[in-house]
Design a protein around this ligand. Structure first.
Ligand code: G3I
Length: 330
């Protein structure tokens, strides 16, 4: 059965827009998979700053709009990714200098323009992505935003996003917060939530990226991490799910045994999500890509891998069955 028919929260995938290779809009096979299984869509890259604002103050929504129009034409909700990140900010930003107020002006203009452009068309936004360091003692990642504005840029971004799109659900999104490197990073992220919630800063949910493998993090780590977020009363999304299987680089192809391990792992992750996050707090699950040929992992980690639900020939893998099994247990 279609994945999204199994549950009453959004199940989605991140996809490339034009003019990227494997653009959803140029691929009937990918559209068929999207339309069969998913009711939520995220732009893998097209809504990042570098592409929406290629030159200072010059915005280009052509490709992002095409993706959003496709989604809305097929009854899919759209999750925006991401208003503020330190990667893919465009060359002009790398070269940007000036006092703090110059950077707040840039931040404000970007968020107002982009969130304002899509107002009423997106269900939710990743407002700030990956702002925390992986290890203590320093809390905040040393990024162009933090260096030039200070930690206050995060709060400022959420307030601006809320002003620009008052109905959108606003998420903070990060990786390795479901246990992989210990609870410290998550605890620091949650301290920010506690502070924002106590002071009425508009923030509604936490995105756990979950670029994981078949072993790490353990299911009890994942459960503990979700529980801590749930206790804050916020929404919990699995925002960028993929399950790598070739960390050891020993495989040239996905073997049947490994495919079954991956199936079990997809099932387990979905089950833990359903068991730990109560219905009202489920923001949904998004896969970070459609087919193994589309995944960022081989390029980024410079090795073969098969982390997603469909193979390069658009065929369903055991991973799809596993995720369906996990969701069907609802
Ligand atoms: O657009 C240029 C193109 O002009 C150039 O010819 C080509 C040559 O390498 O590169 C293209 O840029 C690539 C870009 O994706 C768009 O395709 C970059 O090299 C490549 O590094 C970039 O990777 C993206 C990555 O974010 C950037 O850090 C991945 O596709 C995307 O899946 C990944 O997504 C991130 C989330 O946004 C945040 N969480 C982690 C996740 C995985 O890294």
């Amino acid at each position: 059965p279609p994945l999204s028919s199994l549950v009453d929260f959004p199940v989605g995938a991140a996809v490339p827009a034009d003019p990227w290779p494997n653009s959803l809009l140029q691929s009937p096979q990918r559209q068929a998979l999207m339309e069969r299984h998913f009711n939520s869509l995220t732009a893998e890259n097209a809504m990042k700053m570098a592409y929406l604002q290629p030159r200072p103050g010059e915005f280009d929504f052509t490709h992002a709009d095409a993706l959003v129009n496709y989604a809305r034409g097929h009854n899919m909700i759209v999750h925006g990714h991401a208003l503020v990140w330190h990667t893919q900010t465009a060359k002009w930003m790398d070269e940007q200098t000036g006092p703090a107020n110059e950077f707040t002006r840039i931040l404000d203009r970007h968020i107002r323009t982009v969130a304002g452009h899509f107002v009423g068309r997106l269900k939710s936004w990743d407002v700030v992505n990956e702002a925390f360091t992986d290890e203590t003692p320093s809390d905040y990642r040393d990024t162009i935003w933090y260096r030039n504005i200070g930690a206050g840029y995060i709060e400022r971004a959420f307030k601006l996003a809320h002003q620009a799109d008052p109905k959108a659900e606003l998420y903070y999104n990060d990786y390795d917060i479901s246990g992989m490197i210990g609870p410290a990073k998550l605890d620091r992220v949650l301290a920010m939530f506690d502070d924002f919630l106590a002071r009425g800063v508009p923030i509604h949910g936490l995105g756990f990226q979950m670029h994981i493998d078949t072993q790490e993090p353990t299911l009890s780590d994942i459960e503990e991490a979700f529980s801590k977020a749930v206790a804050r009363g916020i929404k919990v999304r699995i925002s960028e799910l993929d399950i790598a299987v070739n960390q050891s680089e020993q495989y040239q192809q996905l073997t049947p045994e490994v495919a079954q391990l991956q199936r079990q792992r997809y099932q387990d992750v979905a089950r833990v999500y359903l068991q730990t996050v109560p219905p009202a707090q489920r923001g949904g699950i998004t896969l970070w890509g459609l087919t193994d040929a589309d995944s960022w992992i081989p390029g980024f980690r410079k090795r073969a891998d098969w982390p997603l639900l469909f193979d390069a020939d658009f065929q369903a893998k055991p991973a799809l069955t596993g995720l369906a099994e996990g969701l069907g247990a609802a």
